[in-house]
Design a protein. Structure first.
Length: 199
């Protein structure tokens, strides 16, 4: 299974299928993280910072896969593991529903059917998250290797989310990097997000 947009997190029950606001598919952030990765992985001269260009090249799903696959020797295995994990998780959910005694058989059948309808969708979301988190891990490695001090992006929700994820990745673990994420108003009244790394 390769990357493709699935959608927001589903809420599945015997009453139907709904979608959770604010729990978007990681696919929507992947293009930005890949563009950042491609732009920062270079030989630096002078000030080690990066300003996101909104006109950056957009990549197809196959190109994104190929970019990440070129960096990572475990990507295919990680994707297969995520698929298997979520397949088993859904099977366990179905098994638990079938042994419940507090709902009617008709409701159980409806719930199981709804889970089966959403099986591929949920597995796709898990695969998309693996790709996204792999891109974040690679960005973290490049930032640390090149000792990049600053990344600037437009101040829009998706960019902010990606910067927050990068910030979280940099601040975790033994060799963490202190960071600061700010919103800055420019002279032309536009807002930009700035992620500073404390080297």
């Amino acid at each position: 299974m390769r990357i493709e947009y699935a959608g927001p997190r589903p809420v599945i029950s015997q009453h139907g299928i709904d979608f959770k606001d604010g729990k978007e598919d990681k696919y929507v952030y992947l293009m930005i993280s890949i563009q950042i990765l491609q732009a920062i992985d270079k030989n630096y001269e002078g000030h080690k910072s990066y300003s996101y260009d909104i006109k950056s090249k957009r990549f197809s799903n196959d190109e994104i896969h190929n970019i990440l696959d070129a960096y990572s020797t475990t990507l295919e295995d990680d994707v297969k593991k995520a698929q298997e994990f979520y397949k088993n998780k859904i099977d366990e959910e179905i098994a638990q529903i079938k042994i419940r005694t507090n709902i009617k058989e008709l409701e159980k059948a409806a719930w199981v059917n709804n889970l089966e309808i959403m099986r591929k969708y949920r597995i796709q979301r898990a695969v998309n998250k693996i790709y996204y988190m792999q891109s974040i891990h690679l960005i973290k490695e490049v930032i640390k290797r090149e000792r990049i001090k600053e990344i600037d992006t437009p101040f829009f929700e998706k960019y902010w989310h990606v910067l927050q994820t990068i910030q979280g990745a940099l601040e975790e673990g033994k060799n963490s990097v202190k960071t600061n994420l700010e919103i800055v108003k420019q002279d032309n009244n536009t807002m930009i997000a700035k992620l500073f790394m404390g080297y």
